[in-house]
Design a protein around this ligand. Structure first.
Ligand code: C5P
Length: 245
């Protein structure tokens, strides 16, 4: 989970003094499809202060001893909807949308546990929420103002996943392949791919698709302006340390 441009500041207020509701973008897609890259590129290109990136990883349920043993053997199903705490996710996103402060669990993929510390997040102008099942829960879906599905070929996803899980998540080749064929691939076809019907935009090739990213950014700018967020004005006030109007 990463927070960008937030430092305990309140959300944006329009010229009438009303709090502007954050614009929430849900990014859904298979594992290693490039969701985070798309999110990061949107943030870079947006050039708007107070953008928050929230990941579904933070909402993995806490495992019991038996489930830990399964996870250690790459046999726990982390791709099934039951693996996530959707209630916590819903209230967290709701609070963020209301411009309130929240504490988000930090997830460790090596230990399959939540870290003891949490991440504090504050209200933002734009909230990007990414994960494999971001469109699964109907209440969470309703909180998203724009829904983006990242559609990357399965061979590319598997290649990326192998590289990432071995180099960053403490896994070995056999274990990744076992988990992939037993859980990751079936869950993609059963649960994730059908969620594409909810998308406003489907982004082929993920982060490489500069045109799609630019279109998404243009739409967000338009929506922020409609909500009373003055893009020109924000340029006059630098991100940190300047008073808001
Ligand atoms: O970053 P990405 O969207 O790929 O993260 C989701 C993936 O993380 C899932 O496909 C799941 O198999 C994997 N995962 C894991 N070990 C965990 C938690 C999630 O391999 N402890």
């Amino acid at each position: 989970t990463r927070t960008i441009y937030t430092a305990g500041r309140p959300p944006w207020y329009n010229s009438a003094g009303q709090q502007v509701e954050p614009f929430v973008i849900g990014i859904c897609g298979g594992s290693a499809s490039g969701k985070t890259t798309v999110a990061t590129k949107i943030i870079e290109s947006l050039n708007v202060p107070w953008v928050t990136l929230l990941s579904m990883d933070s909402f993995y349920k806490v495992l019991n001893e038996k489930q830990h043993e399964l996870a250690a053997r790459n046999e726990y199903n982390f791709d099934h909807p039951d693996a996530f705490d959707f209630e916590l996710l819903k209230t967290t996103l709701q609070r963020l949308k209301e411009g309130r402060m929240i504490e988000v669990p930090i997830y460790n993929f090596v230990t399959h546990r939540r870290e003891s510390r949490t991440k504090t997040m504050y209200g933002a102008n734009v909230i990007i929420f990414e994960g494999i099942l971001t469109f699964y829960n109907v209440d969470v879906l309703k909180l998203c103002d724009m829904k983006v599905f990242v559609d990357t070929d399965a061979d590319v996803r598997l290649a990326r996943r192998l590289r990432r899980d071995i180099s960053q998540r403490g896994r070995d080749l056999e274990g990744v392949l076992k988990q992939y064929s037993k859980h990751v691939q079936p869950a993609f076809y059963y649960y994730i791919a059908p969620l594409m019907v909810h998308a406003d935009i489907i982004v082929p090739r993920g982060g490489d698709n500069e045109v799609a990213i630019e279109l998404i950014v243009q739409h967000i700018h338009t929506q922020l302006q409609l909500r009373g967020f003055k893009l020109r004005e924000k340029l006059a006030h630098s991100y940190i340390g300047q008073p808001l109007p």
